[in-house]
Design a protein. Structure first.
Length: 49
């Protein structure tokens, strides 16, 4: 799945971050909790800068 929505991405087990068509980071989510969406959003914001 491809999404720009951190709430949807937080449902996955693994997130691969792309920028300009290149893999720049990977995150493994081991637990399903409400903090995942905030963590994913923060990472997306960090990468976007």
């Amino acid at each position: 799945m491809v999404t720009h929505d951190p709430r949807i991405a937080a449902y996955s087990d693994r997130i691969i971050f792309l920028k300009d068509g290149k893999v720049i980071d990977e995150t493994l989510l081991t637990s399903k909790n409400g903090q995942n969406a905030q963590a994913v959003a923060a990472k997306m914001q960090e990468i976007g800068d």
